[in-house]
Design a protein around this ligand. Sequence first.
Ligand SMILES: O=C(O)C1=C[C@@H](OP(=O)(O)O)[C@@H](O)[C@H](O)C1
Ligand SMILES: C=C(OP(=O)(O)O)C(=O)O
Length: 433
Amino acid sequence: MSGLDTLLPVTILDPWPAPRVLAPVDVTVSLPGSKSLTNRALLLAAIADGPSVVRRALRSRDTLLMAGALTAIGATVDTSGDDWTVTPGAFDRDAAVDCGLAGTVMRFVPPVAALSTGAIAFDGDEHMRNRPVGEVLAALRALGIEISAGDRLPFTVHGTGSVPGGEVTVDASKSSQFISALLLAGARYEKGVDVRHVGAPVPSLPHIEMTVEMLRAQGVAVDTSEADRWTVAPGRVAPVDLAIEPDLSNAAPFLALAAVSGGSVTVRDWPRHTTQAGDALRQILADMGCTVSLSHDGLTVEGPESLNGVELDLHDVGELAPAIAALCALATTPSRLVGIEHIRGHETDRLAALATELTALGAQVTELQDGLEITPAPLHGGVFHTYADHRMAHAGVIIGAAVDGIRVENVGTTSKTFPDFASFWSGLLPGEL
Ligand SMILES: O=C(O)C1=C[C@@H](OP(=O)(O)O)[C@@H](O)[C@H](O)C1
Ligand SMILES: C=C(OP(=O)(O)O)C(=O)O
């Protein structure tokens, strides 16, 4: 397993005493790059028709796993600097791909591996064997690819060097990544790819918009004129030269610091136009009573005297749910978060994990099939378990900022998308520990 332990500070205690914030904070932060943008850029670069550069790439477990996967199948990825270079190569060898716990690696790489003449074996962390991928494998089989084993990790893709492509139907109600996966590789299929979704509504639509926007930026023609249908024309993928935006979903715990302390937090370089789901934080935090402003300094959130509860459908932005749920547990009125059954298939069953951990600290939480009802109650200290889920750790540190005696178990799991998160977080709060 690529634990990438070198990314983790060795001195972080486990469980980690989360810094308590005793006065309003007033900080400005620059955050690492977006996981979703970095991994799409790397993948497109590997199937482009010339060398690429991914500027200010996120250096984290998920992105290094993507770089490792693309290198294993035949691309050359230089991750030594802040700007990563990618040189496409022949996909002509047998290889093993470690997906870790990265959905973007497990779902996005197999459709590219299908272009190889080698046998590409995929596996990952133990929990990754529970995360859904069968719909992508079934689609690839329908497009003529041989894949051994069933519908979960581990599996092996046996490419023949080319993929006919064409029409395929997918039920993407469990993850938008099933659609993105097929679209990202589709231009390199002989007939392109024409993907229809049939099933309950697709979650996380901004992530599909991100895929489509990035494909178009590389000169790929994508037709989205019909609902639940995406058509990618066959053709070249132009070399990538992209500067990665800060990860707006990972901004959630930082902006939450302003919300819970009644202080002010500015995240630099917040993009004016973006397809990142995390941009929804602006409206969500305003709904909770924060003052939110976007200026040339970045996005500034000022916390209110007391936080409002909210009723939200997070279907489009489910990756924000853990941080929002933590804020709801610290609000003064009840909240209801719905539309997020699919996050039971994320790094852990996030609805069950949030209900368990918030309840253990004294919150009143009802777990719904597709969400959470959270009624504020006085919280007390304790260990906040993270289930190897970076966003559960973010939820834990948010609670810990506002409640005495919170210790976050395995805070190092944040390395999935944020290098050295715990040190960065405590460095923002000097003298307040
Ligand atoms: O395509 C992507 O980069 C992602 C899509 C979303 O997945 P789901 O559609 O499975 O929620 C999101 O939650 C995940 O963090 C990243
Ligand atoms: C769901 C997430 O990740 P993944 O890309 O592994 O699906 C996430 O980061 O919240």
